[in-house]
Ligand binder design. Structure first.
Ligand code: HEM
Length: 201
C-alpha cells in the first residue's frame, strides 16, 4: 500500500488540476454563461487553446526545476504532456465529429488544402508519437538515449502548434504571438548554462 505523504498528495493534486482543471472550466462556463451562438466553434477553440497551453506548461517544467534547484516539477511533466495530448485529441475529435460529420475524405481534403489544418495535423502526429512512447511498458523497451531523442520532438510539435494557431487567425495575430513569445523564451532558457540557473551551491 502506498505511503501518503504531503509530497505525494501535492503531486497528485497538481496532476489532477493539469488533467481535469480545463475540462472542469469548460463545464462550469457552459453552465454559468453558456457557450455562445456557435457552441461547436467555442468548444473546439477552447480545447485547442488548452492543448497548446498544457504543451507550453510541459516545456516550462524543466527550466522551472533548474531555476528552483529542485527536481520536483519534473514529476509533473508526464501528466502535463499527456494532458496536452488528451486535450488535442478532444479538440480534433470535436472538429471531426461536429464540423466534418466524421468523414475521413473531408478530413484529408482539409489537411491537404488548408495550411493551418496541415500544421495542426503535423503537431498532432508528433504528440501522438510522444504519448505512445510515454506509456511505461513502451518507454521501458527504449534505451534512455532513444527515449530522450524521441521526446525532443516535443519542440517541433510546439512550433507547429503555434504556427497552426497563427495561420488560423483571421484578424489579429496577438494571441499566436503571445504563445509564440512564451515558446521562444522557453527555447532560449534551454541555452542558459546549468551553473548559472541552479541554486545549488
Ligand atoms: C489534425 C489536427 C488538428 C485539427 C484538424 C485542428 C483543427 C482546428 C480548428 C478547426 C480550429 C478552429 C478554427 C476556427 O474556428 O476558425 C483550431 C483552432 C486551434 N487549434 Fe487546432 N487542430 C488540430 C491540432 C491542434 C493541436 C495539436 C493543437 C495544440 C497542441 C491545436 C491548437 C489550436 C489552437 C490554439 C487553436 C486556436 C484557438 C483559439 O484561440 O481560438 N490544434 N484547430
Amino acid at each position: 500500500m502506498p505511503a501518503w505523504t504531503s509530497r505525494s498528495i501535492t503531486d497528485g493534486a497538481v496532476r489532477t488540476v493539469l488533467v481535469a482543471g480545463p475540462l472542469a472550466g469548460l463545464v462550469a462556463t457552459g453552465f454559468v454563461e453558456g457557450l455562445g451562438a456557435n457552441p461547436v466553434e467555442a468548444v473546439t477553440r477552447y480545447l485547442g487553446r488548452w492543448a497548446l497551453r498544457l504543451l507550453l506548461v510541459t516545456l516550462a517544467l524543466a527550466p522551472l526545476a533548474r531555476f528552483a534547484g529542485t527536481g520536483r516539477p519534473l514529476a509533473w511533466r508526464r501528466a502535463a504532456g499527456l494532458a496536452a495530448f488528451g486535450y488535442a485529441c478532444l479538440h480534433v475529435a470535436t472538429y471531426a465529429v461536429f464540423d466534418l460529420g466524421l468523414s475521413p475524405a473531408a478530413f484529408f481534403d482539409d489537411v491537404a488544402k488548408r495550411a493551418y489544418i496541415t500544421l495542426g495535423a503535423g503537431a498532432f502526429l508528433l504528440l501522438a508519437g510522444l504519448a505512445a512512447t510515454s506509456v511505461r511498458a513502451v518507454a521501458r523497451r527504449l534505451s534512455p538515449g532513444t527515449w530522450a531523442a524521441v521526446h525532443r520532438a516535443v519542440f517541433p510539435a510546439a512550433v507547429l502548434a503555434v504556427l497552426h494557431h497563427a495561420f488560423m487567425l483571421k484578424t489579429s495575430l496577438t494571441p499566436a504571438l503571445f504563445h509564440g513569445g512564451i515558446l521562444a523564451l522557453l527555447l532560449a532558457l534551454r541555452a542558459v548554462p546549468y551553473r548559472w540557473s541552479s541554486r545549488r551551491t
